[in-house]
Design a protein around this ligand. Sequence first.
Ligand SMILES: CC(=O)N[C@H]1[C@@H](OP(=O)(O)OP(=O)(O)OC[C@H]2O[C@@H](n3ccc(=O)[nH]c3=O)[C@H](O)[C@@H]2O)O[C@H](CO)[C@@H](O)[C@@H]1O
Ligand SMILES: C=C(OP(=O)(O)O)C(=O)O
Length: 436
Amino acid sequence: MASFKIEGGHKLKGTIIPQGAKNEALQVICAVLLTAGKVRIDNIPDIVDVNKLIFILGELGVKIEKLGANSYSFQADEIDLDYLESAEFKRDGSSLRGSIMIVGPLLARFGRGYIPRPGGDKIGRRRLDTHFEGFIRLGATFRYNREEYFYGVEAEELHGVEMLLDEASVTGTANILMAAVLAKGTTTIYNAACEPYIQQLSKMLNSMGAKIEGIGSNLLTINGVESLGGCEHRVLPDMIEIGSWVGMAAMTQSELTIKDVSWKDLGQIPNVFRKLGIQLEKRGDDIYIPEQDSYEIQSYIDGSVLTVADAPWPGFTPDLLSIVLVVATQAKGTVLVHQKMFESRLFFVDKLIDMGAKVILCDPHRATVIGHNRQSQLKATKMTSPDIRAGISLLIAALSAKGTSIINNIEQIDRGYENIEARLKSIGAKIERLED
Ligand SMILES: CC(=O)N[C@H]1[C@@H](OP(=O)(O)OP(=O)(O)OC[C@H]2O[C@@H](n3ccc(=O)[nH]c3=O)[C@H](O)[C@@H]2O)O[C@H](CO)[C@@H](O)[C@@H]1O
Ligand SMILES: C=C(OP(=O)(O)O)C(=O)O
């Protein structure tokens, strides 16, 4: 397994262009299975999870052409459904979370969709009930092989229906939406997730000929159509990566410009960082972060301690809470970080405590961070990245720490961050990849 060696304590300076959004890319790449027409997608991030999904599509028979570093065309006009029952698919399909979203399109267009238990971050229970309950409501029959953790749905025809999701699952909403666009009649999905990822998917499907209304809300109405055609689509900048750069700038007292962030799609993200005392300016569609000696966490109007908690969109994304937590360790003041969705995402704080951070893990969901206002610099250490966002948070901690840190298991970081060490080096970071 590869590692990063990081010499911390250096200020960074420069301009960063954010990558395309991982979670949107995973959805829109699956959507190419809905048509025999050619689909061009631009701004696809070159990251491990996305590349794995593109590989799976290739094995399924999708014709894939790389048009540029981050642009592809896909044509799913000759699909080999037998691959879905192969040992290779059972291995490849289980290596990321996003692969689950091939099921909806395959079910809608070919009458069957299968998937091994998908991978992704080990950050707590990640059930799939919402996905399969949705398919069943559309008229599919469901089977599950417990020994092999293999799921399947089949249907001669899908029929529009009114449904109320048990939770606003992001991948679940995408999956059901992609099945419903080719169902007979009208489907309504209430308690739908409405992250920018889902909004983008919906817009892309409409440009392919789908009829989706309510985009951006938690009530989607879909009038099924006979077939869909090709289209061109551009993936939004990755709001989680953007938040990661903001956190990194604050922690390392760096002046950074993040280009073309699509401010209108950032929701609560700028405000949450501002509540931590970080100055960020809107300059056109860029974010400018000045060099800041210190930042002070705000309290509520009544003086009580700030809480930063996750919630389905338009709430604050759970994927940035680990970054908020690490950034708070150097702030002035106290914050309660409440990770409501996932129960195993905060355990990485042990590493930060080893480095000298003042954090109390109250329970698996809540951690109180007592920022020490740079009174004592974090100490370098050797650590292992348990998941993608803890990984980047530990990397941020290492960049601000005194001395040289080693982070193992950086495959976790590579899942979601494109060419991270070269981009960090370009703004002055001292980081090296050690292959074993
Ligand atoms: C590939 C992809 O797109 N991954 C994202 C997607 O995962 P994904 O779509 O897999 O996550 P879900 O939205 O299904 O939710 C994840 C877990 O959170 C719990 N849950 C979810 C919604 C809710 O209102 N309450 C609740 O408790 C569920 O038990 C579920 O197991 O959305 C997550 C939640 O934004 C993000 O962390 C992931 O980065
Ligand atoms: C949890 C995440 O990813 P995944 O759902 O792919 O595991 C994430 O991107 O933070």
